[in-house]
Design a protein around this ligand. Structure first.
Ligand SMILES: [Zn+2]
Length: 238
């Protein structure tokens, strides 16, 4: 199993690691430790590069399975036992961290006002969308909600990461903000992201340390997608 450095230190950009396995068919390597986020929870996987000595191998995709975190490569595949250095595309990742944190803040604001669960979501660097079961919506809510969201972000709220035993997480249904729990049944420990005082939820992604790192956010659009289904699109101002 790979050590998931991104899970406890989202600001780590580089690492040294050993290749544990090489899959020649899919052109990917399994590493013993990594800063590369494999994607999930609406956040795309990282991109970047591995180095074997002076040889640079582009990381074009990252995935995770029971064995650990796989790095899909362009170029010659290093065999098991090779020592490598890895570095993520930090501008891309940091923008995703800010976007992801903004989306949690939006979850918190929508939850406070409507107690609406999330039914889906996705993001690219700088832009995100969240789907809500939100029957009580009308257009007059948009600007006040945007103001409230920015006021919270401005307060420089701390964003904490904690790991709870599964039983404790299951006993607190408010941790699952999605309409259906996406936690795998065999998961023993649940990672929780707490924007202190605003939003607390089970989550595997990477976030910033304090909400003022997000900067100003715009609610670009609220779309009606049928019976109570609203899609809220947000964007970072810079
Ligand atoms: Zn999230």
């Amino acid at each position: 199993m790979s050590e998931k450095i991104y899970s406890t230190d989202s600001y780590a950009r580089s690492m040294s690691a050993s290749v544990m396995d090489t899959d020649r068919e899919d052109r990917r390597v399994l590493l013993d430790r990594t800063v590369f986020y494999p994607g999930g929870g609406g956040q795309p996987h990282d991109v970047g590069a591995l180095w074997v000595g002076d040889d640079e191998l582009e990381v074009v995709r990252v995935t995770a399975d029971k064995q650990g975190v796989w790095h899909w490569l362009e170029g010659d595949l290093p065999p098991a036992g090779t020592e490598v250095r890895g570095e993520i595309d930090w501008d891309n990742r940091y923008s995703l961290m800010r976007t992801h944190t903004a989306m949690h803040a939006l979850c918190g604001v929508v939850w406070d006002r409507f107690q609406s669960p999330v039914t889906g979501g996705n993001m690219t660097p700088g832009e995100g969308r969240l789907d809500f079961d939100l029957p009580d919506w009308d257009a007059s809510h948009k600007f006040p909600m945007e103001e409230e969201l920015n006021a919270h972000l401005n307060k420089a709220l701390e964003v904490q990461v904690a790991f709870l035993p599964r039983e404790e997480a299951d006993a607190d249904p408010s941790l699952i903000r999605t309409k259906v729990s996406l936690l795998p049944p065999d998961l023993r420990e649940v990672r929780v992201i707490d924007i202190v005082g605003l939003d607390r939820q089970a989550d595997g992604g990477t976030h910033v340390h304090r909400t003022d790192e997000v900067g100003a956010v715009q609610i670009v659009k609220v779309e009606s997608k049928g019976k109570g289904f609203r899609r809220i699109r947000l964007a970072l101002a810079d």
